[in-house]
Write a protein that binds this ligand. Structure first.
Ligand SMILES: [Zn+2]
Length: 208
């Protein structure tokens, strides 16, 4: 890729933004007040703001391989705590996507070095839902289902955190699980029942 093109694109972007709103950058420089935290996959096709039709300042974004929320990952936990406690976002979204390379890798028997411990968290999702997944004969469908179940389990991981439990109790913060279908561009709400999971797991994970 010609990186000069990127800088040329940037110039055009500034021009377009200013012609739509002359005080656009002045507004941005005053600070941010996003209402959403979006946790997605690093995959280049999951263009967080673009696929939601949102612009700068509207969404706090964290992306990693296979949109994982791992309790000992200081990176994702810092993002969650900052977004929930400081920025006071109203909704937290875990967004997976079909055709996810990370999820596919976790379905295969291969030594991927440093990726092994990361992908093991997806293998754990498979283990928890093994019976349901093994009952799906079509491999492609099984793979899609694992993408969805992985999103569900990462939402549950969010509910296990003190920051999310407290914000839910004090100001009604909600966690949502979505999947981006790269074949159609459609964003699908998995309609994860936050309250159901909360009541189901709180007996064990209650921190407040
Ligand atoms: Zn992915």
């Amino acid at each position: 890729m010609d990186l000069n093109k990127v800088f040329a694109n940037n110039k055009k972007w500034i021009k377009d933004r200013l012609s739509a709103d002359p005080s656009f950058f002045e507004g941005l420089s005053k600070g941010q007040n996003p209402e959403l935290l979006f946790i997605g996959c690093s995959d280049s096709r999951v263009a967080a703001e673009e696929l939601m039709g949102l612009g700068p300042g509207e969404v706090f974004v964290h992306r990693n391989i296979a949109n994982m929320v791992i309790s000992i990952d200081l990176n994702v936990m810092s993002v969650v705590n900052y977004a929930v406690n400081q920025l006071q976002v109203k909704d937290v979204i875990v967004c997976g996507h079909y055709a996810c390379g990370g999820v596919k890798a976790a379905m295969q028997s291969a030594d991927l070095g440093i990726l092994n411990p990361w992908l093991r968290n997806i293998r754990d999702v498979y283990r928890i839902h093994r019976n349901k997944l093994n009952a799906i004969e079509d491999e492609e469908k099984r793979y899609d289902r694992l993408v969805e179940l992985n999103v569900q389990e990462q939402c549950v991981n969010l509910i296990k955190t003190a920051a999310v439990q407290k914000a839910n109790r004090d100001r009604g913060l909600k966690v949502h699980g979505w999947v981006f279908d790269v074949k159609t561009g459609k964003l699908i709400d998995l309609k994860i029942d936050f309250d159901k999971y909360l009541s189901k797991i709180m007996e064990i994970y209650h921190l407040e």
